[in-house]
Design a protein around this ligand. Sequence first.
Ligand code: UD1
Length: 477
Amino acid sequence: MEATPIAPLTSSALPTAAVSATKSASKPASVIEIWGGYPLSGHIPVSGAKNSALVVLGGTLLCSQTCRIRNIPDLMDIGRMASVLEALGLKVARNGDMLDVDASHVSHSKAPYDIVSKLRASFFVIGPLLARLGVARVPLPGGCAIGARPVALHIRGLQALGAHVHMDHGVVHAYVPGARGKLKGAKIYLDYPSVGATETLMMAATLAEGETVLENAAQEPEVVDLANFCIAMGAKICGAGTNTITVTGVPSLHATDYAIIPDRVEAGTYLVAGALTRSNITVGPVDPHHLTPLLAKLRETGSTIEIEENNNIRISPGDRILPTDIQTLPYPGFPTDMQAQFMALLTLADGSSTVTETVFENRLQHVAEFNRMGADIRIKGDCAIVRGVTQLSGAPVTGSDLRASAALAIAGLVAKGKTTLHGLHHLDRGYEKFEEKLTNVGARLRRIPRSEADIAAQPTPVGVEVTADVPVGAAVR
Ligand code: UD1
């Protein structure tokens, strides 16, 4: 594929520093207050996929020219990834939803710990750095709230491609021996179809000598998006989206102009919000194929789903919310990133459901928070047994991770009274204009700064209605 010439930046383009500052600095610990009971109507626009954008930004390291990436959401995680690239010597400039990344000079091979520890996906720069420079030093990202999150599959794969890897004071040092510093293609079987490992190794293999075959590769749409971006830069990749990806190394890659796919998890979150509030809304654009398991489960729980023009998805409510069972799995299974939001829906189902989390070992922490809102959920091992209740009640709650925060927020949309959501540093990592998008379709919520938040955090007395003058009704039985 030919490179698309990069148009000069407009005068409104932000300087390099402004990109990483966009969302990287933590805001004061504010909260969101949500008043439940207001149905939604209208259309919720979907931003570019955070997880694609992060890894595609890492992939710009592979090319020694300037790439333009479009449809980049304005999120804290994106600001952090831009900071990592800048620390490595790249120039990054934002112009609206576009980022121009000039990777002509990579002046450092070491990624900074303070950012990698906050943004796990920034570890994935190890693959392109090693492929481009023959050396990379990236701190181990460490675990996070949802699990230990090892990177052994990334490292074993890089070793199979010929890298020497050792750990030193918490930093992964990888280098390619020999004067040429080139990785060598290999056949790599992944013990588990890890998204990140597939992406790391696919990027590394684009500039390796010879052919790399990744078996048991992840099939997520974000892997396909990254492959398409690499192909647009001149990489030779076949099979992305299946469990076997073949990469034939090329000597160098060239500039391109590439648009990120819409965010299937953001879209899914708002569709579940529609189902929960018994609303008729459209959400899009988003590729409905990327949402196959979620749409199937929404239909099973009684919602009607229609695919309209321009990849907009309409959701409309059935008579009641029916119970169902879900089990998270690698794509095309039910996504772990939608598990908490779907559980919010099941709390109001007419009967019992089970939610089994198989991807991460500690991703049921939102159960306790849902129960504080009046849900009836018990945990047995990696399974949550959700007995539907007729009504949730607003409460102060704290999200343990990004998706848990979003799940609690959408539960707040249907709970009686006021929900105060704490821990917004999670939510701001992954949802662009969250309050604005929901307010525009009729939700009542607002972000308030810390000082006011202290007052708002006082528990709402059970049974005391705060403002809901148009109750949605939890579940019609
Ligand atoms: C990506 C997504 C994340 C999503 C997850 C699963 C990004 C930036 N993040 O994360 O939102 O929840 O996919 O769909 O794209 N594992 C190992 N060894 C490894 C690597 C992973 O054991 O070397 C395990 C993990 O601990 C986890 C499972 O594999 O239990 C899945 O992880 P993985 O697919 O790698 O997720 P991420 O790429 O980190």
